[in-house]
Design a protein around this ligand. Structure first.
Ligand code: C5P
Length: 476
C-alpha cells in the first residue's frame, strides 16, 4: 500500500486519528492502515478483539498513564535535556508526544546535541526557547539555571550519553545541562543511548549503578541495531512512547492500584556450576521477569526482584537481589516473604551437578570425557505455593515447547499457583531470549489467549490484571 499522507487530513480527523493511535500504542500511519484494511474487509479493525476479550479496555488506557485523555502528566512541566547522540532525532517525536498529552516541555541541549539536531527544530517542536548556554546573560536574566531546574516537575535526559551519565554520576556542573541537574530537586529519568560496547563498559555500568542508587530512574536502553552499520546490541534509546509511559508513571500522583502491596518477582536463568569456570544454564534473558517487576512497581507495588545472571539493567524503583544458582534464588525468594503476590518468571535450572568440582576439571589427553552426575534443584514456585506464608496471589510461568495449555493446567494444581502464564518457548515461538511473547493466562476460571505482544506490554497487562484481582478481592 502506498504511504498515507496524514498531514493532508483535516484537523478534526487528524486529532481523532492521533487519539486512536495513542490509545492503541500505534503510530498514526499504522492506525490509518489498519482502519483502511478493516474497511476493505482485509483484516479485523484496529479495535478488534484479539482473543482475550480484554484487549480494548486494557490497551486503550483512556484513563491509564500513557493514553491521550487523562494523561497523568497533563498540566505539568518536563525539562528535557538532549545530549549528543544519533537518537536525538527520536527526542523530537518525544517532545510532540508529550505536548499532545498536555505536558509543557522545556528543552536544554548540550553542545554535542546541537551537532545532531538543530536548536531551530527543537525550539519549533517544543514551542519555546531552547536553553544551552550557562553563560547566556539574557537567558540567565530571564529564568536562570536554578529556576529552570526547580520549575520542572520532572527532568528527562534523552538521549543520555555515556559521557553525560559519567558527569552526572560525579556531580560535575560545567555546562548548562549538568548545572541544571545538580540544582534539581525533582525526579530524574534518563534514557541512555550509546554503542553497546560503551554501555557494557564497566565504567558506564558503575556510573549507572551509582545513579540508580542516587534515585535516578532509567528507561532502556533497548537491544537492536545501531546507527553504525553492522552493529547491534544493547544500547538503543527506548522508543518515545516507552519514555512517555515512564513520564506518565513518574508524574502520576494519584494513588496507584498496587500501593501498599508487596510483590516478589523471580527473573532470568540460574547458573549451576560444574566447576569454578563452567556452568549449566539456559537462554533466558530476564526481559519478561524484569518487565513484570517494573510494571508492578509502576502500579505502586513494593517489588523485590530476585534475578539470576542477566545482561540487562535492574529496573528502577525495585529492590534487586542478584543470585546465581537455584538454591540461592530459593533462599532469596523465601527471605522476601511475606508478600502479597509472587510472580515466578525465572527459568530455574531443573537440575544441577550433584557435586561441582572445586578445581577446573582438566581435559586428559586421550582420556574419557567426565561424567556429570545430576541432582534435582528445589522447585521454588512449588515451595512458595505451599509455604506457610503463601502470598495471596501466586503466579507461575510455564515455558513449554508442546501441549502448552495442557501442561500449564497440570502445573496450576501441582505447583500450588493461582495463575500460570504459559508461553511457547519452541524455536518458532522465539520467546526465550526474544523481545516478544505470545502467552496464555491459565487459571481455574479458564484460559485467556493473549495476542503476540512486546514483553513490556505483556508485563503491563499482567500487572493490571493483578491490580484488578486485588481490587475485586477487597470488594468481596
Ligand atoms: O516445572 P517448570 O520449570 O516448567 O515450571 C515453570 C515455573 O516454575 C516457572 O514459574 C518457574 O519460575 C518456576 N520454577 C521454579 N523453580 C524451579 C523450576 C521452575 O520456581 N526449580
Amino acid at each position: 500500500m502506498a504511504s498515507i499522507t496524514i498531514r493532508n487530513l483535516d484537523e478534526a480527523a487528524k486529532r481523532a486519528l492521533r487519539e486512536r493511535a495513542a490509545r492503541n500504542g500505534r503510530s498514526m500511519e499504522e492506525e490509518a492502515r489498519l482502519l483502511l484494511a478493516a474497511d476493505a474487509g482485509l483484516a479485523p479493525g484496529p479495535d478488534a478483539d484479539t482473543g482475550t476479550g480484554q484487549r480494548n479496555a486494557a490497551v486503550r488506557g483512556d484513563s491509564g498513564p500513557d493514553g491521550l485523555a487523562g494523561f497523568a502528566g497533563a498540566g505539568k512541566t518536563v525539562l528535557l535535556i538532549l545530549c549528543g547522540g544519533v537518537a536525538a532525532y527520536k527526542s523530537l517525536d518525544l517532545i510532540r508526544r508529550l505536548r499532545e498529552r498536555g505536558v509543557t516541555v522545556r528543552c536544554v541541549m548540550t553542545a554535542a546535541a546541537r551537532q545532531f539536531v538543530t536548536e531551530m527544530a527543537v525550539g519549533a517542536i517544543c514551542g519555546g526557547t531552547v536553553f544551552h548556554d550557562l553563560w547566556d546573560r539574557q537567558a540567565e536574566h530571564d529564568i536562570g539555571h536554578i529556576r529552570l531546574a526547580r520549575e520542572a516537575d520532572l527532568i528527562v535526559i534523552a538521549p543520555a550519553t555515556a559521557d553525560f551519565l559519567a558527569k552526572m554520576a560525579n556531580g560535575l556542573a560545567d555546562d548548562l545541562a549538568s548545572a541544571v541537574l545538580l540544582a534539581a530537586r525533582r525526579p530524574v529519568l534518563a534514557a541512555p543511548a550509546m554503542n553497546p560496547a560503551m554501555w557494557a563498559n564497566p565504567a558506564t555500568q558503575r556510573n549507572v549503578r551509582r545513579l540508580a542508587d542516587d534515585g535516578v530512574h532509567f528507561v532502556g536502553p533497548e537491544r537492536g541495531e545501531m546507527a553504525e552499520s553492522g552493529e547491534a546490541g544493547l544500547g538503543r534509546m527506548a522508543e518515545p512512547m516507552a519514555i512517555v509511559a515512564r513520564v506518565g508513571a513518574l508524574l502520576d500522583t494519584r494513588p496507584r492500584p498496587l500501593s501498599g502491596r508487596k510483590a516478589l518477582v523471580t527473573s532470568g536463568p540460574t547458573h549451576e556450576p560444574i566447576d569454578p569456570v563452567r556452568y549449566i544454564a539456559n537462554r533466558s534473558s530476564g526481559r519478561q521477569g524484569h518487565a513484570i517487576a517494573a510494571a508492578l512497581a509502576e502500579l505502586g507495588a513494593e517489588v523485590t526482584l530476585v534475578s539470576g545472571p542477566v545482561g540487562i539493567a535492574d529496573p528502577s524503583g525495585v529492590t534487586a537481589v542478584h543470585v546465581e544458582t537455584a538454591r540461592q534464588m530459593q533462599a532469596a525468594a523465601e527471605a522476601a516473604l511475606p508478600v502479597d503476590l509472587a510472580v515466578m518468571v525465572a527459568a530455574v535450572a531443573d537440575w544441577r551437578t550433584a557435586d561441582s568440582a572445586e578445581c577446573k576439571i582438566k581435559k586428559q589427553p586421550g582420556g574419557e570425557p567426565p561424567m556429570l552426575r545430576m541432582t534435582e534443584n528445589p522447585d521454588i514456585l512449588h515451595g512458595i505455593g505451599h509455604h506457610p506464608a503463601r502470598p495471596a496471589l501466586v503466579v507461575g510461568f510455564a515455558a513449554e515447547t508442546n501441549d502448552v495449555i495442557d501442561n500449564a493446567k497440570a502445573k496450576l494444581a501441582r505447583k500450588g499457583a493461582d495463575w500460570i502464564v504459559a508461553n511457547d518457548v519452541s524455536a518458532e515461538g522465539g520467546a526465550m531470549g526474544g523481545v516478544r511473547n505470545t502467552v496464555h493466562l491459565v487459571s481455574t476460571e479458564g484460559v485467556e489467549d493473549w495476542p503476540d505482544l512486546p514483553k513490556d506490554e505483556v508485563a503491563r497487562r499482567l500487572a493490571r490484571r493483578v491490580a484488578e484481582w486485588f481490587a475485586r478481592r477487597e470488594k468481596a
